[in-house]
Ligand binder design. Sequence first.
Ligand code: HAM
Length: 413
Amino acid sequence: MIQCPRGTRDFLPDELEKRRSYEGILRGVAHRFGFREIETPIFEDAELFILRSGPGVLKELYNFKDKGDRDIALRPEMTAPVIRAFVNGMGSYPKPIKVFYFGQCFRYERPQAGRYREFFQFGAEIIGSATPETDAEAIAMAASMIKSLGLKEYKIRIGHIGVLRQRIADIGVPAERTAEVLQKLDKKLYDEARPILRDIGVADADAEALFDLTETVGGTEVLDKVPGEAGTYLRELVGILGSMGVEDLEIDLGVVRGLDYYTGMVFEAEAPVLGAEKQICGGGSYTLSELFGGEKVFSTGFAIGFDRILLAMEKEGIEYEQEGIDAYVIPVSDDVRRDAAVIVSRLRGSGRSADIDIMGRKMAKALKYADSIRARYAVIVGRKELDGGCVTLRDMKTGEQREVPADDIFRGV
Ligand code: HAM
């Protein structure tokens, strides 16, 4: 039997209905925040991601040569494609440009719970602005999205990659080795960072002070420990978020992010129920447009790991009620099949969701099927009732039955 490829999944109708419903909730939030949807190709020139995505993404890139010998990659994320699209066709749009997206991304990772090779992101980018208000807008929308799905236990941590980048430069790490050091700090692998820093020639005391800085974690009171302009910036940002009703934030200078393009504020949201793969959202401010041939434009964005947040909701016991359909029409005998077809068409025409027995089943089996597709009512079409202009409406939950006019089945229901 052929299975779907490792790290991918089929979404069967029950699951997909649930996903579409939650996706709709997120779309609603994006709309209320004034974002419009954008869609870019699922594959791109590999170079788009190689330019600035960082070593983590590179080794996970799904890339191949196409028949024209081009280096192609399935998108591992959607920020670079959106900024490419901005450089290609949105340069003259009034700024800020606020766009959101939903779609699958591909990373060649070792699959495990919450980590797939094909997964879905719901994300957003605000292009063309570098104010604390811009960052606040992105964080507030991410927070609102998580909340709107009903997830109870989660934490949002805000950091500033500029602080770490500055400190790393100040202690003498050359630009080409910054990513390597940041990668270790990201995973808090200080024991692995020490020999690298020593090799570069960084004094041990400076290295330890750098680790201390990454460990600056706490409530807004730790903002006083954030050095320089970044401290002022983050205080302003947290103040605006407070005005927007976004509280319970954690300041964490150890938020490094796996992607290379961030320049300022960075943030992550995690759901502790998920254990190892607990990061449900990540984002921050960055510049990418200049790499793709455009002018340098500041942007801020984030992406929610759609599969992960759904997994977290499931673990919290949040239940989804399947929609089902309004009516299942059952002709009792062959001579009323045409009448039943008229009835189901009329129901559909009036905006009801309705289905009809197409297998010629006997009543008990037809009712069982109606139950399995979660029909709220069965419309039983029998010769005798039809002759009196009626059909039988059966409430599938209670089993209660009554005769109703065939041309106005749901009157009074
Ligand atoms: P990211 O942190 O790499 O950021 O991915 C965003 C989210 O996607 C993660 O927080 C995680 O929930 C989910 N995710 C990542 N990899 C997987 C996987 N293999 N399986 C399941 N879920 C996964 C970005 O991609 C940036 N583009 C976010 C951004 C937008 N920054 C600025 N704008």
